[in-house]
Each structure stands twice: as structure tokens, then as C-alpha cells.
Design a protein around this ligand. Structure first.
Ligand SMILES: [Zn+2]
Length: 473
């Protein structure tokens, strides 16, 4: 395929028009939320949503749409019971944390606060043999304190179960842990307040019962391409029927690759409209809008609906491992996770200042203004790429307006209007159109393992990474 000269401004305008006036964003959001139900990895909902997307992508001309199998630890949900047994009997709502232990325990409740040094001093020996109430993810002194760290600390202190305060006033939160040898339960803020009020007056006893369990699942990443991929297309199609995991070496073309990704999976209880149907719809609309221009691409666009993001980046981790031999050719990864109003006005680029300038320059005339910042973060599927040295970015919320109902049953479709998805898609499509059609080399360099290490140390990320991501499950 020979790229031909593109009138960039015209193409960009046409793309914006097609995104803004197209009927697809709202339709995709409705279909994905209503027709298939929640999409935990390896569920029927996930499988049907993937089939639906596969049809959508093929319909707008994506090539080599195929699935790659991934195995990781998923979750078989079960009942959770949280009750105060003394001084009075009262039941509370709670949700067992993923990968925490099942069982029945009854013990006194102790308040562990943030499990910071001062809390530990106050606690003394009280934690041993007790059910410990602790606050959820925290920023302490500007440092992100991962929940996993505090759970492991609670275990070391001899707690027999942990109740974790979530971030929603009235709804308990579903939490993900790499592992816990004791039951761990998410609570609503109000429940924690009630327990603390009781605890300030007299000792209380709690009884908890958990029934969920970790189960190994095999699920799939769904992958499509636009642009100069023809050489590999036939080979892929022949092998697609089995959907087996395999290397992409068959592509044969040595073109550079730009990856756009969004996770399709969610927790079992969530309709997951924002987290992350919004990202999947935005990514699909970006690809649909770019498709008519693919003959002008000098780089391949590969778009991926990952599985297992909510389960420790299961799908993207495995993708990066299986595709290690082609990561040198990946120039940029744009990860779309939770698209809302303000993410259409912000982009975070991680550890790549020249690329940040390139993207900011491309967006300088956009309305409303898009602020592009350098920011190291660890929140989604771009992380395994970033740790492999591949430059990454994401639409970002600079107003701190992230809603408190994500990962709850309230993450429903009517909260995510199509215009939010369209404005996000417009920004992302414009970033990608430029990268995909720019005949000049992109100011993007893969980092060596030593450079990645330096970045991680400079950003004080070594410890949270060790707890959140690299800890074996
Ligand atoms: Zn997400």
C-alpha cells in the first residue's frame, strides 16, 4: 500500500464531522450496556460483547480482526455477609474483595485508620485476632499508598479479616487485590462512620462470611488493524478461527505501529458504562472515523479491546509479553479508560516530553482547548507497555471530577451521554490521524530497561508498583 498525500486539515475536519454527527456512539453504548450484561472475564456477557465488537469493527473495514487467548486469575463471586453481633445485632452491606479469602470469622473490631505509623502506635496489640477497619487507597504525603500494602500489613499484624472503607457514601465498593490470605470486604463510607461511632462508645464484635473464590480463567483480547497491514492479513485470517494466542510475526511488514486500547472487561456487579464501555465505544468511534483515511497511513493502527484490566491488567500484561519481539516498532500507546466530559480536555503523556510537545502542538487549535501534560501514572492498560519502555498516553481529567460511583452498580449508561464519547473520540482521532499519516519520524523512542528503571525511581513509583502490579498472584 503506497501512502498518498493527505490534506490534513480537510481530513481532520471530515473526521470531526463524522464523529460528531454519527449515530454510533450512543447506539454502541446502549447495546453494550443493555444487551450483554456485566462482562467479567470469561463470562457469557464478555463473549457476546466481543462477537458484537468484532462485527462492528469488520463492518467499517478493519483488517485482521482476531482474538488472542489470555489466562489469568479471575473471580467466582459469592455471598458476602457483614454483621455486628454485639453490643447489638445489625447487618451491613459489604462486598468481598477479589482474591481475598472465603470463610466465616467472628471477632472484635479494631480501627486501623490508614495503618500509618501513628495508627499502628495507637493500635498496639489490638490488631491481633481482630477484624480490622482500614481506609482504602490513600495518598499519604503526596505518595500513593496501595491498598495491597495495607492488607499485607494487616495480615502481618495478625488481623483475621479486614473491612475497607470505599469512596462512595452509601454503596460498598468492589476492590481488587493481588492476594489476601484473610477475608477482605469493601464498605460504604456511611457504614464505616456508623461502625466508628459505635466503636468510640464501647467494644463491638463483628461476624463476617465470604464465599467468593479465585478461579483461573481463559479469556480473549480482541484486536483489529487499519493501515498498512495487508501483507499479514491473509495469514491472520487463516488462523483466526481458533483464536489461539500467537505471535504477530506473521505480519511480515516492518511498519511502525500505533496502539489504541480500551478494556472491555468489568466486575461482575457493574453495568460498567463509564468504566469502561465509554473507552471501548470511544476507541471504536476513533477507528471508525480513521478508517476512510487508512490509505494515507504510514503506520499501522492496532486497536485492542483488552480483557482483565480490572484483574491486575491481565490482558495487557499478557499482550506485552506475547508481543515482546515487536514492541520496538510500537511508537505510542493511547489508552482509553473512563471517558467523561473533562477527559476530552486533557491528555497525559508519560515519561516522553518530546512526544508530549508533538501531541500538544497537534492539538493547539482544538476547541475546547486540550491541555497536554507530562504525568507519570499507573492507572490502566498502558502500564505494562510503559514498563516495557513503550511511550504511552491517555485522555486525562485535570479537574479531579472522577465520579465516586465507578466500580458500583450505579455505573449506568444514562450517566454517560453520547456527546462526551464523541468529544473524547474527536480529540483521540486527531492525535492518531497525525501520528498515523506523518511521513516524518515521530519524536518517540522506546526506553531501555535501565531508562525505565530510572523513570520509575524518579517518580517514586517503585514501591507502589511492587505492591500493585508486580507482586505475583
Ligand atoms: Zn477501567
Amino acid at each position: 500500500m503506497n501512502p498518498t498525500i493527505l490534506d490534513f486539515k480537510r481530513a481532520s475536519r471530515a473526521m470531526t464531522d463524522s464523529i460528531r454527527s454519527g449515530p454510533h456512539a450512543g447506539r454502541l453504548m446502549r447495546t453494550l450496556c443493555r444487551e450483554f450484561g456485566p462482562r467479567p472475564p470469561a463470562s457469557d456477557g464478555m463473549r457476546r460483547a466481543q462477537e458484537f465488537l468484532q462485527r462492528e469493527w469488520s463492518a467499517f473495514g478493519a483488517a485482521t480482526v482476531h482474538a488472542e487467548a489470555v489466562s489469568f486469575d479471575g473471580w467466582q463471586e459469592g455471598d458476602t455477609e457483614v454483621a455486628m453481633t454485639a453490643p447489638v445485632r445489625h447487618r451491613f452491606e459489604g462486598i468481598q474483595a477479589i482474591h481475598s479469602k472465603s470463610g466465616i470469622v467472628e471477632a472484635p473490631l479494631a480501627d486501623g485508620g490508614n495503618l500509618a505509623f501513628s495508627d499502628l502506635q495507637k493500635l498496639g496489640n489490638l490488631a491481633r485476632g481482630s477484624i480490622l477497619l482500614v481506609n482504602g487507597n490513600q495518598i499519604t504525603g503526596g505518595q500513593f499508598e496501595p491498598l495491597q500494602k495495607r492488607i499485607s500489613l494487616a495480615e502481618a499484624l495478625g488481623a483475621i479479616a479486614v473491612l475497607v472503607v470505599g469512596w462512595h457514601p452509601t454503596l460498598p465498593l468492589i476492590l481488587f487485590l493481588n492476594r489476601a490470605r484473610i477475608p477482605v470486604i469493601g464498605l460504604a463510607i456511611e457504614t464505616a462512620k456508623t461502625l466508628r461511632r459505635w466503636l468510640n462508645r464501647k467494644p463491638i464484635r463483628m461476624r463476617i462470611r465470604t464465599e467468593g473464590r479465585t478461579k483461573r480463567v481463559t479469556c480473549r483480547n480482541l484486536i483489529g488493524e487499519l493501515g498498512p497491514t495487508a501483507a499479514g492479513a491473509l495469514d491472520h485470517r487463516r488462523r483466526d478461527e481458533v483464536g489461539q494466542r500467537r505471535s504477530f510475526r506473521s505480519g511480515g511488514t516492518a511498519t511502525e505501529v500505533i496502539v489504541a486500547c480500551a478494556h472491555l472487561d468489568c466486575f461482575y456487579l457493574s453495568p460498567a458504562a463509564m468504566d469502561n464501555t465509554s473507552g471501548v465505544v470511544t476507541m471504536t468511534e476513533v477507528a471508525r472515523a480513521l478508517a476512510p483515511f487508512q490509505k494515507h497511513f504510514v503506520r499501522t493502527l492496532r486497536f485492542i479491546a483488552f480483557t482483565g484490566e480490572e484483574y491486575g491488567y491481565g490482558g495487557s500484561k499478557e499482550y506485552v509479553r506475547a508481543h515482546a519481539d515487536e514492541l520496538d516498532r510500537v511508537r505510542f500507546v493511547l489508552s482509553m479508560d473512563c471517558m467523561f466530559e473533562s477527559t476530552a480536555q486533557g491528555v497525559a503523556v508519560m515519561g516522553a516530553p518530546k512526544l508530549r510537545n508533538y501531541i500538544a502542538n497537534g492539538l493547539r487549535r482544538s476547541h475546547p482547548r486540550v491541555e497536554v501534560r507530562n504525568l507519570f501514572c499507573m492507572s490502566s492498560d498502558y502500564l505494562p507497555f510503559l514498563l516495557a519502555g513503550v511511550p504511552a498516553g491517555r485522555p486525562a481529567d485535570w479537574r479531579n471530577s472522577f465520579p465516586s460511583w465507578t466500580h458500583t452498580v450505579l455505573d449506568t449508561e444514562e450517566k454517560v451521554p453520547a456527546r462526551w464519547l464523541k468529544s473524547n473520540a474527536d480529540v483521540c482521532a486527531n492525535i492518531l490521524l497525525r501520528m498515523l499519516t506523518d511521513p516524518k519520524p515521530l519524536p518517540s523512542q522506546r526506553k531501555s530497561p535501565e531508562e525505565v528503571q530510572k523513570l520509575v525511581v524518579r517518580e517514586n513509583a517503585a514501591e507502589p508498583l511492587r505492591w500493585q502490579v508486580l507482586l505475583p498472584s
